[in-house]
Design a protein around this ligand. Structure first.
Ligand SMILES: Nc1nc2c(c(=O)[nH]1)N[C@H]1C(S)=C(S)[C@@H](COP(=O)(O)O)O[C@H]1N2
Ligand SMILES: [Mo]
Length: 258
């Protein structure tokens, strides 16, 4: 109940704002006043969510009949680096997920390694901050499994995902897509590293070979084209320091629960 209410408020706010797009993707506004409003909304959303919902409350799950016939792709649809092209040309057989940072057991996983692990499948609704939604079916490895295998050090506070795509070309690499989550959301049962969508290998436009699904979050909190997962105690060293690409470039809120 509280979740639906806050989601509706956030989305209707975002839809009412509208505004011109500076970058392809997901960009309702550049008006600083609006960011103040969104900031207040964010604090309320987080407080409300934490007050009313147990940390493990699940986002609603749907049935096969609810799956959207066409799931919209947003932001990057094909990373344009030669490195990514080479990985894709070989069906991602040479791709490796790197897991590191503040962990006792750094590891790398191939796609086959991930496919061999216990998985979770969920049919959920994706909410983009632009105001559109789609329902899709996702299969992947719960992030909690990967983090438990890595054994987080006590200092770890966040998990940062580094992606293959650059949305903005910069000399220092700060235009690369990245995102981060606090540990409560990282360990949430519906937070999975998805390699399948609607019973097929994850298509490139939706983030092949691996993308995050964090079902209580808005779309921009779910990075596609994941290359690296790192446990950290500070978000300051990443990108421009606000915890994610859209947080850095458009002042999106870091906590985007729905
Ligand atoms: N690496 C990467 N991840 C990303 C994006 C992106 O441009 N690059 N866009 C985000 C946004 S704004 C949304 S709404 C969803 C879109 O996922 P989809 O293309 O599967 O619809 O991915 C998110 N993750
Ligand atoms: Mo989005």
């Amino acid at each position: 109940m509280s979740r639906d209410l806050s989601r509706r408020r956030f989305l209707s706010g975002a839809a009412a704002i509208g505004g011109g797009a500076l970058l392809a993707g997901c960009y309702p506004t550049a008006d600083p006043d609006v960011h103040t409003v969104l900031k207040v909304g964010e604090d309320l959303t987080e407080a409300t969510q934490r007050f009313f919902l147990k940390p493990t409350s699940l986002a609603r799950e749907f049935t096969e009949a609810d799956i959207s016939p066409k799931f919209r792709a947003n932001g990057t649809r094909m990373p344009d680096s030669p490195e990514y092209a080479a990985l894709a040309a070989n069906d991602f057989a040479d791709w490796r997920l790197e897991v590191g940072g503040l962990v006792e057991n750094p590891a790398t996983y191939s796609l086959a390694d991930l496919r061999a692990m216990p998985s979770r499948t969920q049919i959920t609704r994706h909410d983009c901050v632009e105001g559109w939604t789609c329902i899709g079916k996702w299969k992947g490895v719960p992030l909690a499994q990967i983090l438990n295998a890595a054994r987080l050090k006590p200092e770890a506070k966040f998990v940062v995902f580094t992606c293959a795509d650059e949305l903005v070309k910069t000399l220092d690499g700060t235009g690369r897509y990245y995102e981060s989550h606090g540990l409560e959301d990282a360990f949430h049962p519906q937070t999975i590293l998805a390699y399948e969508m609607n019973d097929r290998p994850l298509p490139i436009e939706h983030g092949a070979p691996l993308r995050l699904r964090a079902e209580r979050m808005l779309g921009y909190k779910m990075p596609k084209y994941i290359m690296k997962v790192e446990a950290v105690d500070s978000l300051a060293p990443f990108g421009r320091g606000k915890g994610g690409f859209w947080e850095d470039y458009a002042d999106y809120e870091w906590y985007a629960g729905i």
